[in-house]
Design a protein around this ligand. Structure first.
Ligand SMILES: Nc1nc2c(ncn2[C@@H]2O[C@H](COP(=O)(O)OP(=O)(O)OP(=O)(O)O)[C@@H](O)[C@H]2O)c(=O)[nH]1
Ligand SMILES: [Mg+2]
Length: 336
């Protein structure tokens, strides 16, 4: 199951207490103070993991505690530190702390594999009485307690990381395109809202270069008012570098479809409307061969003139213009 939001509580370990102890050895009746320090508590650390794709692990398990530090002991022995815990998070996870007023404060944005960020630092260990001996007080009877830590309420919000985001109405052929350009195997079917969760695919350009494309559920007019699946998945293409609009070549008015899609993006985030983009007219194989040229010339020049955007016609099923599309997307990415 794909989960892109979770609310969790984390708690770093308390510091272990420092102890009061005195040397007791044969023939040394009054040994000096030898109470050791407490160990530091374990920290709660977030770590990026490219093999994790969802926040599912954080959906049911809600409380994450690192181990407390152990108290010190005699002979100036420090207590062992508590073990840290690491929360493995998918790349693209934003971490927010909820402050007392319930306001979100951004703590971190996990974008790289193995990247670590301390979310809650373990409490410092207390000092044993061996630290407090002075010329005037050679037998101090006090030690300090370890520092106790509090719980933190966190929100995890996953925004998938991809280079190209696919945008289109339901049934436009987005998932089919992802499946022919990459090794991803999204669900494909001849009805609307087949895709219910986002999926990433790696598109190979040549032996050395590739980019990542994200397929999300289709959006419809009024998505910003909650129609269809609403806008809830748009955040997964919010940080892609470019957008690929996919519009059925057989649509009665492709330019109108494009206007609608753009305005839905704009309602969600005006910044998305400014991303560089490309339009692909899908399912070219469904247009009779003798009607293709006329239709496409008209559509292409309209997109160019009215919106200043390049377009090309493709077919995932008929394998038409797929290399060209791959190449153009890659070129656009490289130009940024
Ligand atoms: N003839 C033809 N059919 C296609 C082509 N691409 C996709 N289809 C068909 O169109 C239907 C919808 O394809 P999907 O890839 O599931 O469409 P989608 O845009 O992902 O749809 P949602 O997930 O509902 O948003 C399926 O029946 C596909 O087989 C194409 O190039 N040619
Ligand atoms: Mg789909």
């Amino acid at each position: 199951m794909f989960i892109d939001y979770a609310r969790i509580t984390v708690k770093a370990g308390n510091g272990g207490d420092g102890v009061v102890s005195f040397r007791r050895e044969k023939f040394i009746p009054k040994g000096g103070p030898d109470g050791g320090d407490g160990g530091r508590g374990g920290s709660v650390i977030a770590i990026g993991d490219e093999n994790v794709n969802t926040l599912l692990d954080y959906r049911y398990n809600k409380l994450f505690r690192a181990e407390n530090g152990k108290p010190g002991s005699g002979n100036r022995k420090s207590g062992p530190g508590g073990a840290d815990i690491r929360l493995r998070l998918p790349l693209g996870t934003e971490i927010f702390r909820l402050d007392e007023a319930g306001k979100r404060v951004k703590l971190a944005d996990i974008t790289h594999h193995s990247e670590e960020i301390i979310l809650a630092r373990g409490g410092r260990g207390g000092k044993g009485n061996s630290n407090f001996a002075t010329p005037t007080n050679q037998a101090p009877r006090h030690a300090t307690p370890g520092k106790a830590t509090g719980e933190l309420e966190l929100e995890l919000v996953l925004k998938l990381m991809a280079d190209v985001g696919l945008v289109g109405f339901p049934n436009a052929g987005k998932s089919t395109l992802l499946s022919v350009l990459s090794s991803a195997r999204p669900k494909i079917a001849d009805y609307e809202f087949t895709t219910l969760e986002p999926m990433l695919g790696v598109v190979r350009v040549n032996d050395y270069q590739s980019f990542v494309m994200a397929d999300i559920p289709g959006i419809i007019e009024g998505a910003h008012l909650g129609k269809g699946l609403g806008h809830q998945f748009l955040r997964h293409i919010q940080r892609t570098s470019i957008l690929l609009f996919l519009i059925d070549s057989g649509a009665p008015d492709p330019a109108e479809a494009y206007r609608t899609l753009r305005s839905e993006l704009y309602f969600y985030d005006p910044f998305m409307d400014k991303k560089p983009c490309l339009v692909a007219l899908s399912k070219l194989d469904t247009i009779p061969a003798d009607a293709r040229e006329e239709l496409l010339d008209g559509v292409k020049s309209q997109f160019k003139q009215e919106f200043g955007v390049e377009s090309l016609a493709i077919s995932s099923v008929g394998q038409i213009n797929l290399d060209e599309l791959r190449f153009r997307l890659f070129k656009l990415l490289q130009s940024l």
